[in-house]
Design a binder for this molecule. Structure first.
Ligand code: PMP
Length: 359
C-alpha cells in the first residue's frame, strides 16, 4: 500500500511519474532497453536532457542570459563549487545564516574565501530571519549567499533580499519549483534534486552568463560552471536515470498548470497545517509566523514522551517519516509539491484525533 510520505528528502514523487517509470521499464521509447541502460550520448537520451532543460526554463521563466546545468555532488558540492567558480583567493563572501544548511555552506566556503557572516539567527535558535536593515554586509563581497528555505528549521524567506549589485547565490534545495520565482534577481541558484525535482543524484544549477568565466584554474572540471555549460552538462557521465525522472516531474508540473497552480495548492496545504497547529494547545511550531516554510513544517508535542506513540500511530494510518531531524527532535512534516492535499488533510485528522486521545 502507498503511504503519505512526509520525508524531507529523498522525498515523495508524484504518483503519475512513478506509474510512467514503471511503464517505461524495461522497454523505453521502443528502444528495447530501460532508460538507464542507454548511452547518455545517444540521440534518445540527448532528447530527454534537452526537453528537461526546456521544460524547466518554461516553468521558471529562466531568462536567456542564464545557463541551466545538471550536475552531481549535491547541494553540498555547490557549497564549494560556488566559491571556486565565483571568487579569487582573498575575496570576501557575505553569508546570511538562518539555519543549519547556511552554517554548513559557510563552513565549506571558509577554505577558499573570507567569510563575512552578515547575519546569523543562532541567538533566536534559528526561528526567524534577521531584519534586512540589521545585516552587516561587507560592502565588497564577491557574492551574497543565503538559504531561501531551511529544511530542518522550517524557516523560509518569502521575498528575495535586495543587496544592490552584489550577485545573490541561493541554495534553493527545498523550495525550488514550489512557486513562481524571479530568476533575474539571482546570480546563481542551485538545488539538490531529491525534494521537488526527482530522485537524489542530480543537482540543478542556474547561473547568469557573466558569472561563467570567473572559475579558479584549479576548479575540478565537474564543478566548473563554464565546462559544464559548454558540454551541455555532459563533460562526464551524468546521472541519466535521475535526469529522466526530473524531466517527467517537470512535465507533470506543466501538465498541471505550472508553478502558479502548484503554488496555490502549496499555499493552501501549509495554511491548513499551520492554522491547525496554532489553534491547538497540544502542538506547537516554534518559527516566527512571517517566515514559516511552505515545504517543511516542524512541530513539537506538548509532551515529548508521547513522540513514540505519535509516530507509531501515524505509521498505522499510512503517514510515514514524520520524525523531526535528529538535531531538533519533535516532528517535521515535509509537504513538497508531490504531497497531495489529501495527505495534509489525513495528517491533520490524525493529529486532531491523537491530541484528543492523549492531550
Ligand atoms: N541545502 C539544503 C537546504 C538541504 O535541505 C540539503 C539536504 N537536505 C542540502 C543543502 C544538502 O544537500 P545534498 O545532500 O544534496 O548535498
Amino acid at each position: 500500500m502507498r503511504v503519505y510520505n512526509f520525508s524531507a528528502g529523498p522525498a515523495t514523487l508524484p504518483a503519475p511519474v512513478l506509474d510512467r517509470i514503471r511503464e517505461d521499464i524495461p522497454d523505453w521509447n521502443g528502444t528495447g532497453m530501460a532508460v538507464m541502460e542507454v548511452s547518455h550520448r545517444s540521440a534518445e537520451f540527448v532528447e530527454v536532457a534537452a526537453r528537461a532543460e526546456a521544460n524547466l526554463r518554461s516553468l521558471l521563466a529562466v531568462p536567456d542570459n542564464y545557463k541551466v546545468l545538471f550536475v552531481q555532488g549535491g547541494a553540498t558540492g555547490q557549497f564549494a563549487a560556488a566559491p571556486l567558480n565565483l571568487t579569487r583567493p582573498g575575496d570576501t563572501v557575505d553569508f546570511v545564516v538562518t539555519g543549519s544548511w547556511g552554517v554548513k555552506a559557510a563552513k565549506q566556503a571558509r577554505p577558499f574565501v573570507e567569510v563575512n557572516v552578515a547575519a546569523d539567527a543562532a541567538a533566536d535558535n534559528y526561528a526567524s530571519i534577521p531584519a534586512r536593515d540589521a545585516w552587516s554586509l561587507s560592502g565588497n563581497a564577491a557574492y551574497l549567499h543565503y538559504t531561501p528555505n531551511e529544511t530542518i528549521g522550517g524557516v523560509e524567506f518569502h521575498d528575495v533580499p535586495d543587496v544592490g549589485d552584489v550577485p545573490v547565490v541561493a541554495d534553493m534545495s527545498s523550495t525550488i519549483l514550489s512557486r513562481p520565482l524571479d530568476v533575474s534577481r539571482f546570480g546563481v541558484i542551485y538545488a539538490g534534486a531529491q525534494k521537488n525535482i526527482g530522485p537524489a543524484g542530480l543537482t540543478l544549477v542556474i547561473v547568469r552568463d557573466d558569472l561563467l568565466d570567473r572559475a579558479r584554474p584549479e576548479t575540478p572540471s565537474v564543478m566548473n560552471y563554464r565546462v559544464m555549460a559548454d558540454s551541455d552538462s555532459m563533460s562526464n557521465t551524468p546521472p541519466t536515470f535521475t535526469w529522466y525522472v526530473a524531466s517527467l516531474v517537470f512535465e507533470w508540473l506543466l501538465a498541471n498548470g505550472g508553478l502558479e497552480a502548484i503554488a496555490a495548492i502549496n499555499e493552501r496545504k501549509q495554511r491548513k497545517l499551520y492554522d491547525f497547529i496554532d489553534a491547538s494547545s497540544f502542538y506547537r511550531n516554534p518559527v516566527r509566523p512571517d517566515c514559516r516554510s511552505w515545504m517543511n513544517v516542524p512541530f513539537i508535542l506538548a509532551d515529548a514522551a508521547l513522540d513514540k506513540a505519535f509516530l507509531a500511530g501515524a505509521a498505522e494510518q499510512g503517514l510515514a517519516n514524520l520524525k523531526g531531524h535528529r538535531s531538533v527532535g519533535g516532528m517535521r512534516a515535509s509537504i513538497y509539491n508531490a504531497m497531495p492535499e489529501e495527505g495534509v488533510d489525513a495528517l491533520i485528522a490524525f493529529m486532531e484525533d491523537f491530541a484528543r486521545r492523549k492531550g
